[in-house]
Structures are given as structure tokens and as C-alpha cells.
Design a protein around this ligand. Structure first.
Ligand code: SF4
Length: 330
């Protein structure tokens, strides 16, 4: 029964209580984070929708059809099955603000550093890389010709969390790189990505020498560097993964899902938008497969190449130039 006030002139009137507005509610209209979240999510969805429009424009102007199965090496490096889920139209995990923000921090840092270093390597940053065989289309941060070795290098910048930064270590460094300072071995998915870039560049006729990954801790600003040799051993490893990508393509064309081959357990946990569909992926990743050693002839060839490089380096050292330097534009 409604509460009443005593009658003034014979009739009871319902008691009017003021709605109590909590401080939280009062300040709700001032919040800005819901707006940022909505804008960023809509922007991301639009970007993906516009990608189809961009492909149509490209086709109408240049007459070139973009292979709908084409993926950037950064995605192809994660897991062939993940590519299958995407190409076959499986639903992706809902967009998370944290991942959009993390990507934003990475993009911002990329633009800043590309501007600085772009001055040193004019025309060789954000290089479009494509290969119709696998098929892949993407952009490498830097592709440059080392003035000391005359060979081409591909370099990528990665912004990582504190936890990931701490995990970067020298445990898996090949023996011949152990004598270096501050050089770490990259994460498997980053390694695959750089190897794919180098493989594509070599196919296009570049004399590729090595790949670099420059890791930046987004919490502290600390940095670590990885050098990836392009020798028989890494070429063999790349060829094997390329074969997997080709098989993945064949399966996708038949409407089937490719084999799972995540780069690491992190791939399934943090970098896969389809893990909710994948039954065995996580198990497979968690029980990390023991890596097969390349055949003896590959190891022998790689050793010979290293010996050659050492002779070349010795000559450079004698000539007084050893550390590669970027040419400055006059
Ligand atoms: S959950 Fe792991 S194995 Fe499955 S598709 Fe994703 S990355 Fe691949």
C-alpha cells in the first residue's frame, strides 16, 4: 500500500519521494570510456567491411583480383588452421577493447619509429610483400640493403608486454650467435613471420642476408634485438612451413579446415580469434611438439655458409668496418 501523508482537507495524498540519485549515476554521463570503446569497435568493424570495398576498387581500377585466400605473413605465421577458420567464415571471438588498445599502442610506436628511420632508409619502409603461391600479402616494416654486406635485410618492430619481454632470452640462440651481446632468440610466431618475409624477398630476386626483430617493452621502454640468419638451416625450416601453408590452401579450397600447427601455446591463448571453435588446438599447443632436427646435409651446408660469412666478416674487420651503419642522406 502506498505511503500517505496526514490529510490536510480530509483527503489522504500519496507521499511523493524524491528519486535518490547515487553519486555513481550522477557522474555516469561524464564518463568517456564507453564512447571511446564504441568508437574504436565501430572503427575496427568498418575497417574490415571497407577492406572488401577496397578490393573491389582495386579490381575496377587496376583489373587485378586480390586472392581472397591471401593472408599477411603476420597471420600466416600463427597457425594454418586459424587461416582456415577465417577463410571459411567461422565466427570470430568478440572484439575486446584491450586488444584494440594494444594494437593502437603498437601502431602508434610503428609510425613514430618508421618516421625516424624512414629518413635513413628512404622508400624502404612499410614495403608491400606478396606471394601468389602460398598466398600472402603483407607489409614488412623495413627492407634495406646493408651497405657493408651489400645484402638485403628485413626488419620488424614488435611492441610487447612486460611478461613477454621477460620471456625473451638467449636459451635457443644458435651456437654461432652465442658470442654476441644483447641478442635474443625471437618468439616462434615472430620467427616464422620474418622467415616468410625473407623467403618471399629471395623469390623476388633479392640477395637476402638476415632478418632482425626489434622488441620494445611497452611498459618500460627497454629493448632487445633478435637476429635471424638466412642460411640453409632457416631456409629448410621455412620451406617446411611454406609446404604447410600450401596444403592449408588446398584444404580451404575444398572447404575443409587445415591441420593445426600453432607457433606456441601463446598463439592459442592470446592470438587466436577462433580458439572457441578449436577442440584439439589448445591441447596440441600445450603439449609442445618436440622439434625435428633438420637433416645432416642441411646442417653441414649451414656450417659452411657460416664459415664463409666469418671470412667475409674478418675481411671487413681488417678493413676497419665491422658494424653496419645506415647511410645518412646528405
Ligand atoms: S586454437 Fe590454436 S590450434 Fe586452434 S586454430 Fe587457434 S591457434 Fe590454431
Amino acid at each position: 500500500m502506498a505511503e500517505t501523508v496526514p490529510p490536510i482537507f480530509g483527503q489522504n495524498l500519496p507521499l511523493k519521494r524524491k528519486k535518490v540519485v547515487s553519486l555513481v549515476e550522477a557522474y555516469d554521463p561524464y564518463r568517456i570510456s564507453p564512447l571511446i570503446e564504441a568508437v574504436l569497435k565501430a572503427d575496427k568493424e568498418n575497417w574490415e567491411r571497407n577492406d572488401i570495398v577496397r578490393q573491389d576498387i582495386w579490381k575496377s581500377i587496376w583489373g587485378e583480383e586480390i586472392d581472397s585466400l591471401s593472408f599477411p605473413p603476420s597471420k600466416a605465421a600463427h597457425c594454418p588452421r586459424q587461416l582456415g577458420y577465417k577463410a571459411l567464415g567461422y565466427s570470430e571471438a568478440p572484439l575486446r577493447l584491450e586488444s584494440i588498445m594494444t594494437m593502437g599502442i603498437g601502431t602508434g610506436t610503428h609510425i613514430w619509429l618508421l618516421r625516424k628511420l624512414g629518413f635513413l632508409t628512404p622508400g624502404h619502409h612499410e614495403i608491400k610483400i606478396f606471394d601468389f603461391e602460398t598466398p600472402q600479402t603483407g607489409k614488412a616494416d623495413f627492407v634495406f640493403q646493408n651497405p657493408i654486406t651489400s645484402q638485403w635485410q628485413v626488419a620488424d618492430l614488435k611492441t610487447v608486454s612486460q611478461a613477454a619481454f621477460n620471456k625473451l632470452n638467449r636459451d635457443k640462440l644458435p651456437q654461432f650467435l652465442r658470442n654476441t651481446k644483447n641478442i635474443v632468440w625471437p618468439f616462434e610466431n615472430d620467427l616464422r613471420q620474418i622467415l616468410l618475409y625473407m623467403w618471399i624477398l629471395e623469390k623476388q630476386g633479392f640477395d637476402v642476408g638476415a632478418g632482425n626483430i626489434f622488441y620494445l617493452n611497452r611498459n618500460s621502454g627497454q629493448t632487445k634485438e633478435a637476429i635471424i640468419p638466412w642460411d640453409s638451416q632457416t631456409k629448410y625450416q621455412t620451406k617446411q612451413y611454406v609446404e604447410k601453408l600450401k596444403k592449408a590452401r588446398e584444404k580451404i579450397e575444398k572447404g575443409e579446415l587445415p591441420e593445426a600447427d600453432p607457433a606456441s601455446e601463446w598463439t592459442c591463448q592470446y592470438y587466436c580469434d577462433f580458439s572457441h571453435h578449436c577442440d584439439n588446438g589448445r591441447d596440441k599447443a600445450v603439449k609442445k611438439k618436440k622439434k625435428k632436427r633438420p637433416p645432416q646435409w642441411v646442417l653441414k651446408q649451414a656450417k659452411e655458409e657460416r664459415a664463409e660469412k666469418e671470412v667475409k666478416a674478418e675481411k671487413l674487420r681488417e678493413a676497419g668496418t665491422y658494424q653496419p651503419e645506415m647511410p645518412l642522406i646528405p
